[in-house]
Design a protein around this ligand. Sequence first.
Ligand SMILES: [Mn+2]
Length: 341
Amino acid sequence: MFGIFGFSMYSEFIQKLNKILGGIKSCVIIPHKNPDADALGASLALSIFLTKKKINTNVILPNSPPSYLKWMLSGHEVISYEESPEESKRYLSRAEIIFALDFNSLKRIGLLSHEIEKNKTQIIMIDHHELPENFSTVFLSEPKIGSTCEIVYNIMKSINKKFIDKEIATYIYSGILTDTGSFKYPLTSGATHKIVSELFKKGINHTDIHERIYDNFSFDRICLLATALKNLKYIDKLGVAYMVLTNKTLKKYNFKRGDTEGFVNFGLRINGVSLSVIFIEDKNENLIKISFRSKKNLDVNRFAKKYFSGGGHKNAAGGFSKDSIHETEKKFISSIHEFLK
Ligand SMILES: [Mn+2]
């Protein structure tokens, strides 16, 4: 249940955390840039929990969340560093502790990392990605757990389970739901399902949460998906499917950040496909962003690192290319042939 560090590491973390929480009056919580439901859910849940512990808590996002997650913020005063840098600095200067949630490298919070480095406030990191970097004084790194929300739930339960209410449960469920691919990915465990059953006892409306997160496409976004699927390419003998979204197509359908979320997974639905890839032309950053998803032993972390300056997890990774979209596609086809040889 408690990942690579085992139970003693976990109880040591809880002891340290309890001691710290007993001595502070204010803190700040920071999730990663381009926050997803896990990062946001964990931050908001912990924020409500700490407020109940009479600790003045502020959530600072490196930038604002995609529109399909805006519902999570309603009723909460959450600021984004990109939009309110001065206010963010004020909160940071008052905070006695900074919580870093759902990331393990300061690169993942963009420009906000410079403020953290200047600030010198003690950082507590809680995360589930591989290979944590050394920027926190107290940390809990659990790469064998499928979501940060699951870890944060365990922590809250260890500290004071009476504080876990329906709203906290709703946020925790949202993060678990999305980071486990709706309970599909290998790291989903019996413990995950046991937590979900506890969340149900708090009165969550799982159908409503699912609809808010998944059934919320704009018509433009559906058209964008339709275009991506129509142009899907399939390399039969390698079990590889990939799609390309050019800047022209993105513009045509008024692309907003988050719109292509999940598109890459569709390739894996083809029987026999073990690698699905999406290439997205980004004119602002002048590069091609690439997402890789794989099944079983096909290690896209290694592939992305070797050929596309990226990385991630074994079955989900990202990378980029500075070549044209056409050149990138050509390079991908030759490198995947080489890689799978
Ligand atoms: Mn996560």
